[in-house]
Design a protein around this ligand. Structure first.
Ligand code: AHR
Length: 675
């Protein structure tokens, strides 16, 4: 926090009114134990509906969030395309089992898939008999996945591969420990030459008889000859709703009850160069036919198993609206001139048709062929990402805007230009707002939207986070400042319609950005304090925000909402308070406007997020070091005194019985409960 000058008049006022009536905008002397008053007006007249879309998630393919993360594919570089289109090429991370006396491995362009021609050619020089006998167990190749495959005892894994050979083949397909010695599951592929003389798809189901979080997939043989491989995939059968998403990661996201999914980036959408940007048409259709691409901003290859269709599916599975961010002909380093941007516009129109067009339409039929004849509920698109300052942005934007408005009048479009402090000079339904800053800045930005014009397009705060040294790799300090910022958004939800933290995921083996909300490796995961903070807002979308008056020093920020639980059909009042200061605060909470005695003692709870130090973080070893703890609120009532711990975020959930209560609008539609 910055320092504030205290005027005499304020000191006099403070003296006159007592501790409870200190205006919020002035700091006062810090007592060891402070007191404050929060008046919540719970009358029907005070309530304002919160947009149903207020809190969602932003998924970007960054930090291996998708490839080697949310997308459950275990094989990295499954099509051997990551080394580029020229041959011979690097097959990393595939490696060879054997040496040059037993096999020669290279790549050629003999694949049967038109858009990804690279295939692996394995010439086995040794044999099971004769002068050059293969080593015990055979020779071949293995794939370590994305820093080790998580193979779990009793679970089944589907291995699919394409194979070709001029001779009969006898191959073992195995999941093994990291050094290849312990076999977790194995199966043989035995075929005659005529069976595999053309590219042949082979499927093998492997059930693991042991667990290893650092496993690999091996393809081995002891038979002389030449074998080609392409598109080698290994997927766990157990994925979220059977749709290919890693269940544990999605479950954590689902707990947030996100109302929208913004995807697939970020800078990932822009690319350093347009040639490396995410282009949706290259990510749909059968997975084997997708070319994959090198994301040159975050510097890694993706096979695009997690493509446009899968993002739409994920949104649907989460009960969230998809928000598709597409490239508007602008990357970090090159731009398409507005006079030649029409093909990009057509690409966006086609993408909308793919998502929601009739199954008989050109692009809608491809969606139907992928198993989803019903349209996806695509209502929001973002025209580019962080491109407002770029030379061609406005020109390009207007081309997209008018074409989409004409073809799809209901689609809401999001501009990259900030309309929070001045009017936009172009039409838009929303403007995108990104903020990455220090903890003290973000904390004070709880008032950021207080003075925003109520007339223009609404804000979509699609990326926010505390970054830099305050945040480390996910600190309590960052979480508290974000909590205050979100409280400000909740209170200003008449002008902020959507908000999402960024980035969502990090695979610890490839940290490209700090901090992130959910941290994982092949088998472990935990939420940073920033993740837990978001959970406090899981019931906010579509709830009602109440008028509150806080009389306290500047280290407190508070809000109150009401909602009706779809689980128990009961009405709840949730009061959230951040104490950003280093002292205990005794807070007198007064709830006005309810029928007498309508707050229930039983069923009312208090949930606190805090820790010993502001720099405290979670880790794989201590995943819940900074996590919310819940207890019964023993003195729940219309008037209560509660103690706010230093450096804490607290939510008071009051069960109310007021039959006139106005919270029927809110629905916590998911069957999961947030705390
Ligand atoms: O969230 C990480 C990056 O930050 C996003 O890709 C970009 O939009 C922003 O600059």
């Amino acid at each position: 926090m910055g320092s504030y000058k205290v005027h005499y008049s304020v000191i006099l006022l403070y003296f006159f009114l007592g501790n409870f009536f200190v205006p919020q905008c002035f700091a006062i002397g810090v007592d060891a134990n402070q007191t404050a008053l929060l008046v919540v007006n719970a009358s029907e007249a005070s309530a304002r509906p919160i947009p149903e879309t207020l809190f969602g998630i932003f998924f970007e393919e960054i930090n291996h969030a998708g490839a080697g993360g949310l997308w459950a594919e275990l094989v990295s570089n499954r099509g051997f395309e990551a080394g580029g289109p020229n041959v011979p090429s690097n097959i990393d991370p595939w490696s060879i089992i054997g040496d040059e006396s037993s096999l020669i491995v290279s790549t050629d362009r003999s694949s049967c898939f038109e858009r990804n021609k690279i295939a692996l050619r394995m010439e086995v020089l040794c044999d099971s008999e004769g002068t050059n006998i293969c080593p015990a167990g055979g020779v071949g190749v293995y794939n370590p996945g994305f820093w080790g495959m998580n193979i779990e005892k009793g679970k089944s894994y589907k291995v699919v591969l394409y194979v070709r050979s001029l001779d009969a083949i006898n191959l073992s397909v195995s999941l093994t420990g990291s050094n290849g010695l312990q076999t977790l599951a194995t199966s043989d592929i035995i075929a005659s030459a005529s069976d595999v003389s053309n590219w042949t798809k082979v499927e093998v189901l492997l059930e693991a008889k042991a667990t290893d979080h650092n496993s690999r997939l091996q393809l081995k043989t002891s038979r002389k000859g030449v074998i080609w491989f392409d598109q080698v995939s290994a997927m766990p059968l157990d994925t979220y709703k059977g749709h290919g998403f890693r269940s544990d990661l999605v479950a954590m996201v689902a707990d947030l009850k996100p109302r929208f999914v913004r995807f697939p980036g970020g800078c990932f959408v822009e690319g350093e160069w347009l040639r490396n940007a995410f282009r949706w048409k290259a990510t749909i259709g059968p997975w084997e036919e997708r070319p994959g691409h090198f994301g040159d901003v975050w510097m890694y290859w993706t096979d695009d198993g997690l493509g446009y269709f899968e993002f739409l599916q994920l949104s649907e599975d989460l009960g969230a609206y998809p928000v598709w961010v597409f490239n508007n002909g602008v990357s970090h380093n090159d731009q398409v001139d507005t006079s030649s941007v029409l093909p990009f516009v057509q690409e966006a129109l086609d993408g909308i048709e793919f998502a929601r067009g009739d199954p008989q339409s050109k692009w809608g039929s491809l969606r139907a062929a992928m198993g989803h004849p019903e349209p996806f509920d695509l209502r929001y698109v973002a025209i580019g990402n962080e491109d407002c300052g770029k030379k061609n942005y406005r020109g390009n934007y207007l081309k997209f805007f008018s074409a989409i408005r004409q073809a799809y009048p209901d689609i809401k479009m999001i501009s990259n230009c900030d309309g929070s402090s001045r009017q936009l000079d172009h039409p838009a339904d929303f403007y995108d707002y990104h903020v990455y800053t220090s903890a003290s800045n973000l904390f004070s930005m709880s008032h950021q939207f207080d003075r925003t014009s109520r007339k223009g397009p609404k804000a979509f705060v699609s990326e926010y986070a505390v970054t830099g040294k305050d945040a480390g790799t996910g600190s309590l300090l960052a979480g508290l400042a974000e909590a205050a910022f979100l409280i400000g958004i909740e209170k200003n939800s008449d002008v902020v319609e959507m908000a999402s933290y960024a980035p969502l995921f990090v695979n610890t083996n490839d940290r490209r950005w700090n901090p992130d909300a959910i941290v994982f490796n092949s088998s472990q995961l935990y939420g940073t304090p920033s993740y837990w903070v978001q959970l406090f807002f899981a019931e906010s979308s579509a709830a009602n925000v109440l008028n509150t008056k806080l009389q306290a020093n500047t280290s407190l920020v508070a809000s109150a909402i009401t909602w009706k639980s779809s689980i128990d059909s009961k009405n709840y009042l949730r009061i959230k308070v951040v104490n950003f200061g280093s002292d205990n605060v005794t807070l007198n909470i007064r709830v006005d406007g309810l029928e007498a005695n309508s707050i229930q003692l039983s069923g009312s709870t208090k949930t606190v997020l805090t820790s010993d130090n502001l720099a405290d973080e979670n880790s794989f070893k201590a995943p819940n070091k900074v996590a919310p703890t819940q207890s019964l609120l023993e003195n729940a009532g219309e008037e209560m005194y509660v103690v706010l711990l230093p450096r804490s975020f607290t939510s008071f959930d009051l069960l109310t019985e007021d039959s006139n209560y106005l919270s029927t609008r809110g629905t916590d539609y998911s069957s999961r409960s947030s705390f």
